[in-house]
Design a protein. Structure first.
Length: 369
């Protein structure tokens, strides 16, 4: 059983290193800034009886917090005598405000101080992705109906980030993701149908490629990729006529550098909008063509350069899209965290401009499970 299932059922309070599988070199300080390592040595030899409180916060945005389970598991795994530390934290998925304390750790500096930068990085990346996804999911409901979001960030960052980004996307509200790795921490499998490469091997024959897919994976819902020939409506109708009720959807991923052949055949429609890529007018025309041919059941999935702003624009205009595939815009790291030492041996002591900010929402982390 995955830890996420145990957490959701209440058997454990937080995910642990059984899920995160940290690099063992963290203990050696391999990923810590050198000045943290030097401070650790100085504290051990010069100030061994220090007792500090380190406080973590961000000052950028209202956000969806993520990474607390990972940060706490990091401390439990690599701190010296972690059972003696006092940790208070909010939870993954909590909504947070700028300057709000989300995590505090108290103990001797030499026990855990060298982990400060790693904790900052965990919270920054996970919270940024979770917040980005949350905002996109919210945008996709702005017309009054929640449209699903497929998290397609595998090609926009290093592959080693997929599991953590997928978990953060799950916390943000995306429950459909492109790779198995993205689903590793939270329990499902990746989903997807066909790339352009598959259609290329069938020499641009979308029907033949879709037939091969359907024969190989008959239990999957058939969603055909229809922009390979830059003739979305023609190819959508071809696969719809070929598969009828078996066709569940079509995906449009037209490059922003191209104008679909539909508009080249209908010059009179041009001149009042940007005809490039996946644009609202093309989607209206596609929906109309499918409906008039009797394929009202076929859903429209779009991908390629979608962001919160672009989705909100589509939804406000009532563009007939049923699902959005989103990638790179969800991985922008725009929320940075800071760890500050704010108490020393029980009394306020912090750099100018920073102070201890108690937060009644913080919960005591009572065990190492």
């Amino acid at each position: 059983m995955k830890e996420i299932e145990q957490k959701l059922s209440g058997e454990i309070s937080r995910l642990t290193n059984k899920t995160f599988k940290f690099d063992k070199r963290i203990k050696e300080g391999w990923f810590s800034a050198v000045y943290f390592l030097k401070t650790k040595e100085i504290a051990e030899k010069k100030l061994p009886n220090n007792y500090i409180t380190m406080q973590f916060f961000q000052k950028s945005h209202d956000a969806v917090l993520c990474g607390t389970d990972e940060a706490i598991a990091l401390v439990h795994t690599f701190a010296d005598q972690p059972e003696t530390l006092e940790i208070h934290s909010l939870k993954d998925g909590d909504k947070i405000s700028p300057f709000e304390s989300v995590l505090t750790i108290s103990g001797a500096y030499q026990q855990f101080g060298f982990l400060e930068g790693i904790i900052d990085g965990i919270l920054a990346r996970r919270t940024s992705v979770a917040t980005n996804v949350y905002n996109v999911v919210k945008a996709a409901s702005s017309s009054g109906e929640q449209k699903p979001i497929i998290f397609m960030g595998d090609r926009d960052d290093h592959y080693t980030q997929q599991a953590g980004d997928g978990y953060a996307a799950f916390i943000g509200g995306s429950t459909a993701q492109a790779t198995h790795a993205m689903n590793e921490w939270w329990g499902k499998q990746g989903m997807g149908t066909m790339p352009h490469a598959m259609i290329q091997m069938f020499r641009g024959d979308v029907v033949a490629a879709s037939r091969a897919y359907h024969e190989m994976y008959p239990e999957d819902e058939l969603v055909a990729l229809v922009d390979y020939n830059n003739d979305v409506i023609t190819d959508s109708l071809k696969v719809a006529h070929a598969f009828g009720d078996a066709l569940k959807g079509v995906r449009v991923d037209t490059s922003r550098t191209l104008v679909d052949k539909y508009f080249l055949r209908n010059h009179h429609l041009m001149g009042t909008f940007d005809p490039r890529g996946v644009n609202p007018e093309l989607m209206f025309a596609l929906r109309k063509a499918l409906d008039e041919a009797g394929f009202e059941h076929v859903k429209i999935v779009v991908s390629g350069g979608f962001s919160e702003e672009r989705i909100r624009y589509f939804e406000q205009r009532g563009v007939p899209v049923d699902m959005y595939g989103v990638g790179g815009s969800l991985l922008k790291i725009n929320i940075g965290f800071t760890g500050d030492n704010v108490l020393l041996n029980g009394t306020p002591e912090a750099k100018e401009g920073r102070r201890y900010r108690p937060n009644p929402r913080l919960e005591r982390v009572n065990d190492l499970s």
